[in-house]
Design a protein around this ligand. Structure first.
Ligand SMILES: Cc1cc2nc3c(=O)[nH]c(=O)nc-3n(C[C@H](O)[C@H](O)[C@H](O)COP(=O)(O)OP(=O)(O)OC[C@H]3O[C@@H](n4cnc5c(N)ncnc54)[C@H](O)[C@@H]3O)c2cc1C
Length: 511
């Protein structure tokens, strides 16, 4: 079997990588060891930036079908005694805010996201998917990568120009290549309990995506899956406890007691152990092999950023591979993947670890019985997932952006605040446009190629030397900006323009 790119792993990051490559005409082979998507949700939070990516590729509406339909009262909350107990603090949902983007973050189970991606990949003729294919060896030479895998009991082989390892936290490929990871080590072992209990209607005013419930000597974290009858509970495993210590009956009792909601049937659907052990791979590239998703960086789930970070890396990598394979750019472009996404992952890692430290700090304080201090710590907490700075404010500095001599404007709180700027290396701010008689967002005009957004009096060729394949959009000819003064926002005059990469980041600007 031969392909341009082999993707190992069909979780969200492998699926998105394969889809983006396939849609750009790259012959892609995806190998996933499980025959089916796992039904047990892990990630639940999709951030606004990830939503922009899904919108750009036309999948946002399909993913939104799986979002929690009921309006939540809070992002996260702390409760004493049970889900109906005293509210110690809530971090409320930010009001829907179209200032920066037409897309918002939302709450949606990972299996639904994966199923939408899987369906889209299945419809992409350039991608061959082999589910049930267990990759057992990887090697590479100067011009190709070889894999050996088992499928239906048979040994098979495939080779390609490049390989993307999206095989998760325990990545076989990463270990095979001898790439080390660094992180604080094992911080806790948990049992994720997926259960059915029709309690949503009893939670008036206190339906949150995440509910941290504290007792005098216990702590359980509940995650709403559909806001009605599907839930997750993360149960801390003490000492040498393992998942084997709990059967469904024992777990039902723990869930019932922590819920504190009377007379409700609890049906344990599945239990999945997981270890909190954030770590980042030292290198994200070895020759022709690239790491993406959890294989590259596993961040703490506190804040719900792992899948988002991985999907954003897949979005960054796929166009680079496609452009190099198609011969539009030299192979050195591929160096910019690690240069851009490893620092981004470190930033996300720090943020998530801060979330985790805050959560652990509150739990430990409450467990000492100092409820006043716990309340005060909850009140001070600003962390509740992806702030705008975390989500939209990641800045790239690499060979794939051309500095224009301007300085970046940096917010004081880089996690929660975001300053829009179309400086090279920044996310191109979104603005509404009218094009072809339709009202659209600039995100909708991106497709899979470079886009040169040009003022009405600009020379259409200002970016031709850098990027001859860019699609030129001239104000007045190809689009009308709606509402926002896009040239001021982009820092250009009517004679200038901004070259935006396929991943929505500014490559170059001529003011
Ligand atoms: C409890 C918990 C809560 C979380 N909450 C959030 C959240 O709210 N938001 C968020 O953004 N993230 C969250 N995450 C993180 C998120 O789940 C992961 O970041 C995400 O699943 C990573 O996707 P991936 O595609 O890189 O890896 P995975 O989802 O792990 O997929 C890897 C795939 O590779 C396959 N594979 C592995 N080895 C091989 C092999 N040798 N051959 C073939 N296939 C192989 C596996 O079967 C698997 O399907 C959470 C994680 C946990 C544990």
């Amino acid at each position: 079997m031969r392909a341009d790119v082999i993707v190992v792993g069909g979780g969200p990051c492998g699926l998105l990588t394969a889809l983006l490559l396939g849609r750009q005409g790259i012959n892609t082979l995806l190998l996933e060891k499980h025959p089916q998507t796992l039904n047990h949700p892990k990630a639940m939070g999709v951030t606004a930036r990830t939503a922009e990516i899904l919108r750009q590729i036309g999948l946002l509406d399909d993913v939104l079908i799986g979002q929690m339909a009921r309006h939540a009262d809070a992002v996260s909350q702390w409760l004493k005694g049970g889900l109906n107990g005293e509210v110690l603090g809530q971090s409320t949902l930010p009001k829907p805010d179209n200032r920066f983007s037409p897309c918002h973050g939302f709450h949606c189970p990972q299996p639904h996201v994966e199923n939408v991606l899987r369906e889209a990949v299945a419809q992409c003729s350039q991608v061959t998917c082999l589910y049930g294919a267990y990759v057992q060896d990887v090697s590479q030479s100067s011009d190709s990568v070889q894999v050996r895998f088992e499928l239906n009991g048979n040994q098979q082989a495939a080779n390609a120009k490049y390989l993307v390892a999206a095989d998760g936290d325990q990545s076989f490929v990463r270990r095979r290549l001898g790439i080390e990871r660094h992180g604080p080590g094992e911080l806790g072992r948990f049992l994720s309990v997926y259960f059915k209990a029709d309690i949503g209607d009893q939670l008036s005013g206190r339906l949150a995506y995440i509910s941290n419930v504290l007792g005098a000597d216990w702590f359980e974290m509940f995650v709403a899956v559909n806001g009605k009858d599907l839930w997750l509970m993360h149960h801390y495993l003490e000492g040498d406890e393992t998942a084997g210590n709990y059967d469904s009956v024992a777990m039902q009792k723990i869930v019932a007691s922590a819920l504190g909601v009377a007379d409700v049937d609890i049906d344990i659907i599945s239990m999945n152990p997981w270890v909190m052990s954030p770590a980042i791979a030292d290198r994200w590239r070895e020759g022709r092999v690239f790491l993406v998703g959890d294989a590259a960086a596993r961040v703490s789930p506190a804040g719900g950023l792992g899948m988002n970070n991985g999907l954003q890396s897949a979005h960054n990598l796929a166009w680079k591979l496609a452009h190099v394979i198609e011969g539009h750019q030299g192979a050195s472009l591929l160096d910019s993947y690690e240069a851009e996404r490893l620092p981004a992952a470190r930033f996300t890692f720090e943020n998530s670890s801060g979330n985790m430290d805050e959560t652990f700090g509150i739990v430990m304080t409450a467990l000492t019985g100092d409820w006043d201090k716990a309340r005060e710590m909850i009140g001070r907490s600003r962390r509740s997932g992806a702030g705008y700075g975390q989500d939209f404010g990641i800045v790239y500095d690499s060979g794939a952006v051309l500095p224009d001599g301007t300085d970046a404007q940096t917010p004081i709180d880089v996690v929660n605040e975001y300053i829009e700027q179309a400086r090279p290396g920044h996310r191109a701010p979104a603005f509404d446009v009218k094009a072809g008689g339709k009202l659209l967002s600039s995100i909708d005009m991106a497709g899979y190629q470079f886009v040169a957004w040009l003022g009405a009096n600009a020379n259409e060729k200002i970016f031709t030397d850098i990027c001859p394949h860019a699609r030129s959009l001239i104000e007045g000819r190809d689009f009308e900006a709606q509402v926002r003064d896009w040239k001021r926002l982009y820092g250009i005059t009517s004679r200038g323009g901004v070259l935006v990469r396929p991943d929505g980041y500014v490559c170059a600007r001529v003011s």
